[in-house]
Ligand binder design. Structure first.
Ligand code: ATP
Length: 456
């Protein structure tokens, strides 16, 4: 099993993830995605859009603003209620999220939905220790609102105060009516959105697992009230299949169905898909049946009628909503954790290999001239042609064995080598990353071959 330190080190040296603002001593818990990390993120987002929107006939995309009218966050309950329980160690003054302290103290406890008194009593009765100094003396818990505030315009006054969105979902709810009318979609249908969200987390950490700026991929699936459980189950397995089809090992994934008493006030069913991160199972993907809570709140607060008229039955209702919400960075961490491997070869050598699904691999293929002097021109010509369709890389430095190893280590799925026979037979040798087997493929079939290999 790889450790988190190994992944952090690997991600930096290969060019997946660097510390943010490193040149100036860093900015705590910010990370920059390098040449490989940007490609991996792009591929994860594409794979999500492909399955959740393009191949799901009822679903459409939205790209809403990060900055929204502050009334949105009042209506949704975020201004009053989007807060984490904050406590402070009286001895070392470190601040913590009380629910996380409790869950780390006893992994069988889920403190979701507990009120602050219940949490504080638990900390005292169970003599929970400060993770920083080991003392057992905490200040009473208070609620800490996680929304980043800023000001719009040139005058820093209260009237101009706005928030960076803490989730992408509300952008969807407030456009429900426009989307439904302009696309003439019939319920059930879904609206998918990928975009940045910001939360002033009390305790960010575990590398890219919890940060204050992150990307979410959320879908709001609008259904007729009474049918939500059927769709909740449908999207639960859809999400799980998406993960396993992209190569995550099923034994590293589990459903955590929330007990009725742990449900948020807006939800009648919630489950988390948890992944076995290097420190243990933790939330990867939240799937919630949110009833009509959000549409109702916006209808009430805005005074606009948001009901849907069923054209077949003439019934009018506020749709219920099923929402799968996942963070791109948590997926990056899960895919890297699952795929990073070291293998001992028959020769006794070891090779580092990132066994990531070809659909997600930063580069689908590397194009390599066997001998730089003789084969570079043809190899570069193939590379130029393939860049029209895929992310591929050209590499002519060092011997071919070293180049294979380098590509294995960053997950490149195929190595395409131009060699002595290429000029004669218009074919190349294609080596598979995982099996290291080599096949001879005509150059004109390369595009179709790569496409076929990258399907999921
Ligand atoms: P947690 O309990 O870990 O704080 P949450 O239940 O508040 O997460 P949701 O509001 O359900 O998370 O957000 C949906 C998804 O967005 C999460 O499952 C996670 O993948 C991602 N996410 C949420 N907060 C963060 C964060 N601070 N950093 C990175 N990803 C995040």
């Amino acid at each position: 099993m790889v450790t988190l330190d190994m992944i952090v080190q690997y991600a930096k040296t290969t060019g997946f993830i660097y510390q943010g603002s490193e040149l100036y001593g860093g900015l705590a818990n910010t990370w920059d995605y390098g040449p490989l990390g940007s490609l991996l993120k792009k591929n994860i987002k594409n794979a999500w859009v492909q399955k959740f929107q393009r191949e799901s006939a009822n679903n459409v995309l939205l790209d809403s603003s990060i900055l929204l009218n502050s009334e949105v966050w009042k209506a949704s309950g975020h201004v009053g209620g989007f807060s984490d329980p904050l406590t402070e160690c009286k001895s070392c003054n470190q601040r913590f999220r009380a629910d996380k302290l409790i869950e780390e103290h006893d992994h069988s406890v889920n403190a979701d939905g507990w009120d602050t008194d219940k949490m504080y009593n638990y900390l005292i009765e169970n003599k929970v220790k400060c993770p920083s100094c080991g003392k057992t003396d905490f200040l009473p818990i208070r609620k800490f609102n996680m929304m980043f505030q800023t000001f719009q315009g040139v005058v820093l006054e209260q009237a101009n105060q706005i928030y960076l969105r803490p989730e992408t979902a509300q952008g969807i709810f407030i456009q429900f009516k426009n989307i439904q009318r302009s696309t003439r979609k019939k319920v059930p249908f879904g609206v998918c959105q990928v975009g940045k969200s910001f939360r002033n987390e009390i305790t960010p950490g575990n590398f890219i697992f919890r940060t204050r700026e992150f990307e979410q991929m959320e879908m709001e699936f609008f259904v007729k009230p009474g049918t939500e459980m059927e769709y909740f189950e449908y999207w639960k397995s859809f999400c799980m299949n998406w993960l396993t089809n992209l190569g995550l090992k099923r034994e590293n994934l589990e459903f955590d169905d929330h007990k009725p008493e742990a449900l948020s006030h807006y939800s009648n069913a919630t489950t988390d898909i948890r992944y076995r991160f290097p420190w243990g199972f933790d939330e990867l993907w939240g799937i919630a049946s949110r009833t009509d809570y959000d549409l109702k709140a916006h209808q009430l607060h805005s005074g606009e009628n948001l009901t849907y008229l069923d054209p077949d039955t003439n019934e009018k209702y506020l749709p219920y909503v099923v929402e799968p919400a996942v963070g791109v960075e948590r997926l990056v961490l899960a895919f890297l954790t699952d795929a990073l491997d070291e293998e001992t070869l028959d020769s006794g050598d070891t090779r580092q290999i990132l066994r990531i699904h070809p659909a997600l691999a930063p580069y689908k293929a590397a194009i390599l001239p066997l001998m730089k002097k003789e084969h570079a021109d043809k190899a570069f010509e193939i590379y130029t042609e393939l860049t029209k369709y895929f992310d591929v890389i050209y590499d002519e430095t060092q011997n071919i064995g070293k180049r294979y190893r380098r590509q294995d280590a960053i997950g490149t799925y195929l190595c395409i080598t131009v060699d002595h026979d290429t000029a004669a037979d218009n074919s190349v040798t294609v080596r598979n990353r995982d099996t290291m087997e080599q096949v001879r493929i005509p150059i004109k079939e390369l595009r179709g071959y790569i496409e076929e290999q990258s399907k999921f």
